[in-house]
Design a protein around this ligand. Structure first.
Ligand code: NAD
Length: 462
């Protein structure tokens, strides 16, 4: 696959400071498809300086001009959507139709939403005898994961640019090619040099150097809770704002009045899509005791449909990790009703769509994020019991409630400690704030709330 052997800094592809490279592997067939440079602290420093130099000009550009550039960026993403989908399929392994609709489609929708928001947003408000100016925070250090690689880039870069910030991006080492493609798109869209910069590299090297750099004013991180905690500590020590989008262990609560078959089928699809590598996946399905056996049967039938359709997980390490969790589920006494810990194919990092029944809330598989195609079915006795189970993890990123009556579902959703709840299978909304309660994170992405993360207020009194 096409890959750049340099970093996109100050509007051009520049040679990396070091000679090391990172192989990019297709997890569907274990083939190395490209190499990208492994950035160092020196590359990060060059990129941060470029972003700093570009900041004053971009921050003072009229919002309409910033909106026009983000709109142009969206148009380039539309023009190159097939290439985006093929790139994500090659480096993440997701089936091409899913890459087309989700990995290419969602970032286009999000970029489009910020092109509109940048033009409409009120960067000034009047409060009593004050005028409050909403000003860009400055240079943003963005660190992203591999599971929705372009979406997570756009969900940070588009609002940062709309706010008037400049950006240095360190994308995940498993999926750097779509990040390079994004840098090309930024270039084609005519963004001024230095407004967006890309440094590929390893997390503990380039990522850490970015988080620790004095010239970065705000860190926006999406990834694991373990690394998020470290990033939060670095930001805390430097007294700089930080946004953390971390893990999840979301509950799919099926109330007795719900359409059980629909709720189970949509729930299984939600967990299996992207091979279970979705931070907001509803990996715990909560079913009333009276309907439990029927729900297990429905879930098994639904999971079997994914047998051949599911893509691999991102790499061999992740495959081993997910298989380890499945073994742990069995060892702790959960009942394996579909899939299992054996690799279904000789080649590639595949995991069988797996369903566990008789999972109790204290089991490891009910508490920890697995990040693979593994669903746990838990039994509840009444609504209070369901709520206790739903809220009984350290996470609070997303969730779902199903009921015959929307108001009944909403009443339950209000009691959930989580940042997003889909009511009876509600659709994705690129304007709705996304982010976590509890250890699922700090801050929100998407829509006007996501834009607000990149602004700080200055109050003028009259
Ligand atoms: P990860 O934390 O290992 O890596 C995420 C990013 O951080 C990568 O770019 C990586 O290179 C970098 N990184 C790693 N160590 C670092 C360090 N010491 N300093 C600075 N940067 C470092 O996570 P992952 O395995 O790539 O992604 C999976 C995780 O991301 C899951 O836990 C998932 O739930 C979470 N996630 C959360 C959201 C959300 O919006 N809440 C979205 C997607 C993924």
């Amino acid at each position: 696959m096409k890959a750049h052997d340099g970093m996109y800094i100050d509007g051009a592809w520049q040679p990396a400071a070091g000679k090391d490279t990172i192989p990019v592997v297709n997890p569907a067939d274990d083939q190395v498809i490209a190499h990208v440079p492994a950035g160092t602290a020196a590359d990060i420093d060059t990129a941060v300086r470029a972003a700093r130099a570009a900041f004053a000009g971009w921050a003072s550009a009229p919002p309409a001009e910033r909106a026009a550039r983000i709109g142009a960026l969206r148009d380039v993403l539309v023009a190159r959507k097939d290439e985006i989908a093929e790139t994500v399929t090659a480096e993440l392994g997701s089936p091409l139709p899913f890459s087309q609709v989700v990995h290419a489609g969602v970032p286009i929708a999000v970029a489009g939403s910020y092109a509109e928001l940048a033009a409409q947003y009120s960067f000034e408000e009047r409060l009593g005898n004050s005028t409050v100016l909403l000003e860009p925070v400055g240079v943003v250090g963005a660190i992203t994961p591999w599971n929705y690689p372009l979406h997570q880039i756009v969900a940070k870069v588009a609002p940062a640019l709309a706010a008037g910030c400049t950006v240095v991006l360190k994308p995940a080492e498993d999926t750097p090619l779509v990040a390079q493609l994004f840098a090309e798109a930024v270039h084609e869209a005519g963004l001024p040099a230095g407004v967006f910069n890309l440094v590929t590299g390893l997390g503990p090297v380039a990522g850490q150097a970015l988080a620790e750099h004095d010239g970065v004013d705000l860190i926006s991180f999406t990834g694991s809770t373990a690394v998020g905690r470290q990033i939060g500590a670095i930001a805390g020590a430097a007294v700089k704002p930080v946004a953390l989008e971390l893990g999840g262990k979301s509950a799919n609560v099926i109330l007795p009045s719900a359409d059980l078959a629909k709720a189970v089928n949509v729930g299984v699809a939600n967990v299996m899509s992207n091979s279970g590598q979705t931070c907001s996946a509803w990996t715990r399905m909560l079913v009333h005791a009276d309907q439990y056996d029927e729900a297990v049967e429905l879930a098994v039938a639904a999971a079997h449909k994914y047998g051949d359709r599911i893509g691999p997980v991102v790499n061999a390490k992740q495959q081993a990790r997910v298989h380890g969790y499945i073994e742990k589920g069995v060892a702790e006494g959960a009942r394996l009703v579909a899939g299992g810990p054996e690799a279904p194919r000789e080649q590639g990092c595949f995991v069988s769509p797996t369903v566990f029944a008789d999972v109790t809330p204290d089991m490891t598989i009910a508490q920890e994020e697995i990040f693979g195609p593994v669903l746990s079915l838990l039994k509840y006795e009444d609504e209070d019991d369901a709520l206790r189970i739903a809220n009984g993890t350290v996470y609070g990123l997303a969730g779902a409630v199903w009921a015959g009556d929307e108001a009944e579902a909403v009443a339950f959703a209000r009691r959930m400690d989580t940042g997003q709840v889909d009511i009876n299978g509600g659709r994705f909304n690129p304007l709705a704030p996304f982010g976590g309660y509890k250890q699922s994170g700090v801050g929100r992405e998407l829509g006007p709330h996501g834009l607000g993360e990149y602004l700080q207020t200055k109050s003028l009194q009259f």
